[in-house]
Every structure is written in C-alpha cells, then in structure tokens.
Design a protein around this ligand. Structure first.
Ligand code: FE2
Ligand code: FE2
Length: 201
C-alpha cells in the first residue's frame, strides 16, 4: 500500500545528481532504483536535505549517515523478507534532530545528553513533518538501544540499531587506508567517479 503510494507519485526524476551509500556503487537518486522509489519524497525534502548542514561522524554529514543507515537497513530487511519500506524510511529519519550536537554544552545530567535525547527529538521532528507508522516510530525512538532503555518492538528496529552502529564505525574509519583495504571499500563517490573517468589516486 505504502509502496503503491510512492510508486504513484513523482515517477519521473530528471535529476542527474548522484548519491551513494558508503561502500555502494548504486546511485540512489536514480529513479529506476527501487530504493529511490520508496524514499524519493524524503530524500529530496528540503528539511531532510538540511541534515547536510550538520556533521555526524568524522567528516560524514548527518544526511549521508542517514542515507547509509537507511540503504543498508533496506537491503537487509528486504533479504530477510521484512518490512523494508519502514526500515528505509525510518532509517532516513532516525537522526533527524537538526542541530549540531558537537556544539552543545554537555554540562547536563547524563541522561539529558545528546546520545540519550536525540532519538526523541528526531521522532518529534519526523512526526511534525511526515506521516509515520507505528513501526517507523519505534525504529526512530529505539535506535540508540541499549543506551536508551526501552526495548525495540520490531525486527526492523533491531536491524537499524545494528546498521547504525556499523555505519558509525565505518564513517569514523573510512579515511584510513587499512580500513578501506580490509573491507574493500570504494565508498567515496568522488573516488568512484574519478576512477570511472580513468583517473587514479
Ligand atoms: Fe542517532
Ligand atoms: Fe545514527
């Protein structure tokens, strides 16, 4: 039902821009890509794009981080025949808190620090601007588990919890040659484009 709704809207995408999840060569802005169909309204939304203004880990923006988490959660959920629509959409919004957490004065009680509070802020923002189902709400709210105590209710929530942590580690270490060699990462779209043009490092 949800997929039909997204398939019915904005089928034509003339964008020539490119967007890649870390380690992937799939252009997620390609309108023929199934993932693009599911998240097109979100990925092109100006508030979601605003996440590009904030750094999440290393030099990865919040937007790119959310794309990474969303895309791999979508792939895994689809393989496991789970609700990949909710995984993809909630993944894109799981860190939709819209502020620079590095600049916070964290002289606040432990449980009021960003790590504990941002899932609720992301959920509040997401509910304000988009229609979410119960599973998407659970995914966003519980994605920091076990830091936040409430247990995730759905398998898709567990997938996002794991993928978020793996993406976080990858984003921290992606500049390290040993890490790229270890995982065969061709994560950087610019590297990918350069190599396609026959240019080398
Ligand atoms: Fe988060
Ligand atoms: Fe995250």
């Amino acid at each position: 039902m949800v997929l039909e709704k997204h398939l019915a809207s904005n089928i034509t995408d003339t964008s020539k821009e490119e967007l890649f999840a870390i380690g992937s060569k799939q252009n997620l802005l390609d309108s023929t890509n199934d993932y693009n169909v599911i998240v097109r309204d979100l990925i092109n939304n100006e508030l979601v794009i605003k996440m590009k203004d904030y750094i999440q880990h290393g030099n990865t923006t919040c937007y790119q981080h959310c794309v990474n988490v969303s895309y791999y959660s979508y792939i895994i959920s689809k393989r496991l025949k789970l609700d990949y629509l909710s995984a993809a959409r909630a993944g894109l919004l799981h860190d939709f808190f819209l502020y620079d957490w590095h600049n916070l004065n964290e002289k606040v009680p432990l449980f009021k620090m960003h790590g504990f509070t941002h899932p609720q802020k992301a959920l509040d923002n997401a509910k304000k601007h988009f229609e979410l189902n119960e599973k998407e709400e659970d995914i966003i709210l519980k994605h920091m588990w076990p830091l936040t105590a409430k247990l995730p209710k759905y398998k898709e929530s567990l997938i996002i919890i794991l993928v978020d942590k793996v993406c976080c580690i990858s984003e921290f270490f992606k500049e390290k040659k040993w890490f790229r060699l270890l995982f065969g990462l061709n994560y950087n779209p610019n590297d990918f484009i350069r190599k396609n043009k026959g240019e080398t490092d």
